[in-house]
Design a binder for this molecule. Structure first.
Ligand SMILES: [Zn+2]
Length: 331
């Protein structure tokens, strides 16, 4: 049976080759399609970009989502954030790219359409492979406009995450923004090589990453918390007047974190809940063979907090068990 549908799109978006936010009219919301590359049939690969230009000049805050194509909780987070204000109330500019990796998104896959991880391709290369060329253009045509960048992610396939922030907590501005977001956990982490966050920081942009739960899901509780945290940042930057909502969570801060891996293969059970504290020596997981015999039992190597964990019980040698954060602040 055919589902009923209703279309309610206010105006056709504009096609553009690049983004210059200062050329756009003020006190207005702009929907753009940026043509950054082309597919094998010479068709444009267009990026949806929403720009809220405020009434008065101010900072440019960029919010990007779905650099990994199957990490989609950031999309409704952006949509709902933009419903909380009118451009005429805004100082400065908010630029959002709800789906960066458009073709990966369409295939429910993390990677870019050349099979590479786009978040390891930055700052890109104009003469490189598809993901590098795209990263180069995205960084230079879009991200260069920003004073601040918040990049929205989730866990990868087979894992689940808390709502947590990855940020260089030795940078005072970045640290303040991370705390304003009100996540469950903040992990101090300098942007790894090839990430959008690291490339943005190299351009002098204050940048942080939010990990919002699990891949290929819409998780409303985490989306709402993220939307409230993003709005809190805009209020802190004096771009919007305070509203009645503030983040309810005081983040647990971690000075470092690492994944624990299996040293054999089998059926994996991981015991602690997300965000739970674990003590050194506490049983955290076990691996069974195909007959149900327990082959290995794993213990926490240090006191910590569970940032993320495996949800895929089928473990090869070297499978991820859990992402352990070591509590403590830096800077
Ligand atoms: Zn990601």
């Amino acid at each position: 049976m055919k589902a009923t549908s209703r279309f309610d799109v206010p105006s056709e978006p504009l096609f553009r080759p690049s983004l210059d936010v200062h050329s756009l009219s003020t006190s207005a919301l702009h929907r753009l399609r940026l043509k950054l590359s082309e597919d094998g049939a010479s068709q444009p690969i267009c990026l949806p970009v929403v720009v809220a230009r405020g009434a008065t000049p101010g900072p440019v805050v960029g919010i990007t989502s779905t650099v990994h194509g199957n990490e989609v909780n950031g999309i409704p987070t952006i949509h709902r954030l933009f419903r909380t204000f009118e451009p005429s109330e805004l100082t400065g500019t908010v630029v959002a790219v709800p789906i960066v990796n458009v073709l990966g998104y369409d295939r429910f896959q993390r990677e870019f359409h050349d099979g590479k991880d786009l978040n390891r391709a930055f700052p890109g290369n104009p003469e490189g492979v598809a993901s590098q060329a795209f990263a180069y253009r995205f960084l230079n045509e879009v991200v260069r406009n920003f004073d601040y960048l918040i990049d929205l992610h989730t866990a990868s396939f087979g894992r689940s995450n808390t709502l947590y922030v990855r940020a260089d907590m030795t940078r005072p501005v970045t640290a303040r923004l991370g705390r304003l977001l009100g996540p469950q956990i903040i992990v101090h982490n300098t942007g790894a090589d090839g990430t959008l966050r690291g490339a943005a920081e190299d351009l002098g942009i204050h940048a942080l990453t939010i990990e919002i739960g699990n891949p290929q899901r819409q998780q409303n509780r985490l989306i709402t918390a993220s939307r409230i945290g993003l709005r809190e940042i805009l209020e802190h930057l004096e771009m919007l007047a305070p509203d009645h909502e503030t983040p309810q969570t005081q983040a647990v801060e971690c000075q470092r974190s690492f994944w624990l891996f299996t040293d054999g293969g089998g059926f994996l059970e991981v015991f602690p809940a997300l965000a739970a504290g674990v003590e050194k020596g506490q049983p955290i997981a076990q691996l069974s063979n195909e007959w149900g015999d327990v082959l290995r039992a794993y213990e926490a190597p240090e006191d910590g907090v569970v940032i993320g964990k495996s949800t895929n019980p089928v473990a090869h040698t070297g499978a991820r068990i859990l992402h352990l954060g070591i509590v403590g602040s830096v800077g």
